[in-house]
Unconditional design. Structure first.
Length: 145
């Protein structure tokens, strides 16, 4: 009981945001993230019990909002619009690390079956995608402002 009251006071005193969201699993990670490539932003959001992410913005989209997924290795998917394209799905865990997949990079057309999202102490997000245990790529994203 004392712990619950203390936590309620702590949440109220800090504005509730990060502490409360982290307790709900995934809230601390949701929102807009800058990928550091071509001014791109990805929105991470709850999709059921998991975390998913979709393309929100990028320099090529500002120049041509109707940009398509032309680098997709699957020719049948090359007509998909990039704006709103789901690029990661099924990540579960938290509050600091989520595992799941698949992940997709529309800039290169590369995909990964499994990956991880790690919220670092500095507030940045490590996004790691692996095709196999030895073929992994990690990018660091920052909160979009």
């Amino acid at each position: 009981m004392k712990k619950t009251i203390l936590m309620t006071i702590l949440i109220a005193a800090t504005g509730g945001g990060t502490v409360a969201a982290a307790q709900q699993g995934g809230g601390a990670i949701t929102g807009l993230w800058s990928t550091g490539s071509q001014g791109a932003r990805v929105e991470l959001y709850r999709c059921g019990a998991a975390i998913c992410g979709k393309v929100d913005d990028a320099a090529p989209l500002r120049a041509n909002p109707d940009q398509r997924d032309v680098k997709n290795p699957d020719r049948a998917l090359r007509d998909r619009r990039l704006k709103g394209l789901v690029v990661l799905r099924g990540f579960e865990g938290g509050p600091r690390e989520w595992k799941g997949g698949p992940l997709y990079d529309p800039e290169t057309g590369d995909g990964a079956a499994k990956g991880s999202l790690t919220l670092r102490a500095d507030g940045k997000l490590e996004v790691k995608g692996c095709k196999a245990a030895v073929f992994c790529r990690t990018k660091v994203w920052s909160r979009a402002r």
